[in-house]
Design a protein around this ligand. Structure first.
Ligand SMILES: [Zn+2]
Length: 331
């Protein structure tokens, strides 16, 4: 074959082997959502309708087995959720069931049955309060410190959009909290809640699955449960022992609750320092069959089983999702 023809043939063949794994977090809103985790129920339903009409939805386990052997069907797509929010059961599952679309839910096990919110939600909550905040913030868990001075608009609680005025604080604090070790993070969040005058108990719309809700979700024939670590750290920043504890501890907790070990893992945060070769080795050693990133690419046979990319979903309406869907297969 002439080189140019061979190249084109390769490209066509490779494209035909590609599929996409979509990464959602919450089916909820509209409301303040600076982290971009919400997709409205109406939007999610529109996404599912388009997937049914224009793609081939598959369970992630079957998708992964086909990917490895280069046997993905044309336009294969798998739906996943990260973190383990209660709305995955109450809002997402009825919509998935109505359109017979399977999904995998990657659960952060320390969130299961937790009273509080994930730290990023507690951060948003403190920045959104309608009451005035003090001018000075100082968070000082053992071994760490974060200080910030709020300008007059950020201090005021009567601005139309408090979160918008406090966005620089939100962004800086998010970066700082993300890299804290688990114990310091818990302490920092407690200090933040005391400073911002927000409760530790979760808001109903931001709460995580209870154990019985996780078990109900797992009983659906459309749902597979995977692991998303114990504490949702940047896995690549941890030492080998801590990486092992995150991968094995979450696997053991899910096995205990569900009576079977999860086969699939999704890296918290999913890119950059979240996915290192050490982290991949820890996932493999813990016994997972495959692990998923957030690399915003299509998946194909050439991916390592411990670094299969996913594409992060946002609050797109049906028209926007429909415009993007065919493009993702070429990413
Ligand atoms: Zn996550």
């Amino acid at each position: 074959m002439r080189p140019v023809v061979a190249r084109l043939t390769r490209r066509v063949r490779r494209r035909s082997l590609r599929g996409i794994v979509l990464c959602y977090h919450r089916v909820a809103g509209p409301r303040a959502d600076p982290a971009g985790l919400d997709v409205l129920p109406s939007q999610f339903d529109a996404h599912l309708a388009l997937l049914g009409a224009q793609a081939q939805p598959m369970a992630l386990g079957a998708f992964e087995r086909a990917r490895r052997t280069g046997a993905l069907p044309e336009r294969a797509v798998a739906v996943t959720f990260d973190d383990g929010y209660a709305d995955n059961l109450h809002a997402a599952l009825p919509l998935l069931a109505a359109r017979s679309v399977p999904a995998t839910v990657f659960v952060t096990t320390c969130g299961v049955g937790a009273e509080g919110e994930f730290w990023w939600d507690a951060l948003e909550r403190g920045c959104s309060v309608p009451h005035p905040l003090p001018a000075r913030l100082s968070l000082a868990p053992p071994g760490h410190v974060f200080t910030w001075t709020l300008d007059a608009r950020a201090q005021a609680g009567d601005v139309a959009d408090a979160l918008d005025a406090r966005r620089p604080l939100y962004d800086a604090l998010k970066t700082w909290l993300r890299a804290l070790p688990a114990a310091a993070l818990r302490e920092a969040v407690a200090q933040w809640q005391a400073w911002s005058g927000t409760a530790a108990a979760a808001r109903d719309g931001h709460r995580t699955l209870r154990v019985d809700e996780l078990q109900t979700l797992a009983r659906s024939p459309l749902i597979e449960i995977g692991s998303h670590s114990v504490t949702h750290p940047l896995l690549g920043l941890l030492d080998a022992d801590a990486q092992r504890d995150e991968c094995m501890g979450s696997r053991a907790a899910l096995s205990h609750w569900l009576g079977r070990a999860p086969a699939l893992f999704a890296y918290p945060f999913g890119e950059g320092a979240a996915v290192t070769r050490d982290a991949e080795a820890a996932v493999r050693a813990a016994g997972y069959d495959a692990a998923f990133t957030a690399d915003a690419q299509a998946a194909w046979r050439g991916n390592r089983a411990t670094a299969v990319p996913r594409i992060a979903m946002q609050a797109w309406d049906g028209a926007e999702f429909g415009r993007r869907l065919p493009l993702w297969f070429d990413e």
